[in-house]
Design a protein around this ligand. Sequence first.
Ligand code: ATP
Ligand code: MG
Length: 267
Amino acid sequence: MAFLEVKNIKKSFANTEVLKGIDFSLEKGQVLSIIGSSGSGKTTLLRCINFLEKPDDGEIAVGGETVMDKQAREDQLSEQELRRRRLHFGLVFQSFNLFPQYTAKGNLTLAAELQAKERLKAQRLHKNRDVVEAEMKEISDRADAILSRMELSDKAGQYPCQLSGGQCQRVAIARALMLDPEVLCFDEPTSALDPELTEEVLRVIRSLRDENRTMIIVTHEMEFARNVSDKVIFMADGVIEEQGTPDEVFGNPQSEKTRQFLAHDKK
Ligand SMILES: Nc1ncnc2c1ncn2[C@@H]1O[C@H](COP(=O)(O)OP(=O)(O)OP(=O)(O)O)[C@@H](O)[C@H]1O
Ligand SMILES: [Mg+2]
């Protein structure tokens, strides 16, 4: 069994079947790129994997644990259990989705602080000031370390509107890293950025790959996908039209649809 197993994911909106049964697997530390034309279902797939959308069918397992199984009756799962399962995944959005009223560092610490407070409350430690302060300090130190890794230390106190697009996207990546997801997903992380800002974000993603972070990246940057990935999926009309190594998919595509898509992209 692979580290990440995604089986038979199906999703319809009204009468339109957007995902028609998606199957793939990924080993720990591998990078998967998903390419495909607009409307093929890439974002919907990422949203299903990240529990932001409920698939109609399918199963997802991470590290041997089934985190989603539509065949099992999971409607009764508590909100807390759902949140715990969601934490296996992190998603970085195309448009950053930072909280505008929080500083860069505030964006990193917010979720971790809420999580810690909830845990301390469950352990009945939330009124113990020393314990709470130690916990908050640990979160603050962790945020500082991640901001430093992202070369954003000097931006910690700035608000999103005071940052460039590339810096915002690096804050968004840092925020996702704060919760240390087992699989980090990106939905076109550079498509809202100018070419020079794109490079700084791609550099960060490459460095995460070098640290063996398991990642799924939806991207239109074909050159990048070819260089950074262990595996590439080409999606068309809600199905995986072709998958393989970058050399297979980019160098020797088997499907006519893949060939057309790649030829069009070169123009
Ligand atoms: N919430 C929704 N309600 C209805 N239809 C939706 C919804 N979300 C997505 N769709 C439809 O599902 C299809 C796939 O959309 P999706 O956003 O997954 O495509 P995509 O591959 O990410 O495209 P792009 O490259 O443009 O981002 C589209 O036809 C879209 O209109
Ligand atoms: Mg999309």
